[in-house]
Design a protein around this ligand. Structure first.
Ligand code: 5GP
Length: 191
């Protein structure tokens, strides 16, 4: 999506450790018109996949997942990273390594929110090593549902997660693929 690439070049900040900050329009502050355009693009890419639900992980993926789910006309549910007092004890769970936070955390989704036979689209703001998507794939599989694919606003191609998932046969749709950020210079993959 050309408009996203231009926005990343104009507002993105390359942080140490291969982290891209897009807080001004996607993460901490959200440009809603732009978010909805991105969601529409994702919905079009998966319109023939019979999606019944969109799934993401809290917290930064939620807004983008809502936009995609809106255009697909399906509900969105998200896995939580922390056990809360009102959380259901009856959950599907997976362990996910986070390179941005440098730790492993457990993601949990109550069984009541994902049912056998559902056709689930995974949506997240970033795709880096692919660990969050792999964790969500495990939860979907444990529930007896099907992952129809995964969508990301920004894929960091140089971390390899997207290409590994593609090789494994999962349909991946990323709106912008950053192939390198060496010396702060952002280079996109031609796709
Ligand atoms: P993965 O599991 O694919 O390695 O990383 C995906 C998750 O890490 C996303 O949910 C996202 O929140 C976070 N993440 C990974 N890389 C970046 C980045 O460069 N910038 C931001 N803001 N988040 C990132």
């Amino acid at each position: 999506m050309k408009a996203l690439e231009e926005r990343i070049l104009a507002e993105g900040e390359v942080l140490p450790g291969g982290v891209l900050k897009v807080g001004s329009f996607l993460n901490q502050q959200i440009d809603i018109d732009f978010l909805m355009q991105m969601g529409k693009d994702i919905a079009q890419a998966f319109e023939d996949c019979g999606v019944t639900k969109v799934i993401t992980v809290e917290a930064s993926g939620i807004a983008f997942a809502v936009a995609a789910a809106y255009y697909l006309g399906v509900p969105v549910t998200f896995a939580k990273k922390n056990k809360t007092s009102n959380a259901s004890p009856d959950v599907y769970s997976a362990y996910v390594d986070s390179f941005t936070h440098g730790k492993t955390y457990e993601i949990m989704l109550p069984k009541e929110y994902i049912k056998p036979g559902e056709r689930v689209l995974i949506v997240d703001d970033f795709l880096a090593c692919g660990n969050a998507i792999k964790g969500l794939c495990k939860i979907i599989s444990d529930a007896g549902a099907t992952a129809v694919g995964a969508a990301a606003a920004i894929e960091k191609g140089f971390q390899g997660g997207g290409d590994e998932l593609r090789r494994d046969g999962l349909k991946i749709h990323s709106l912008a693929i950053v192939d390198s950020m060496d010396d702060g210079k952002i280079v996109f993959r031609n796709n």
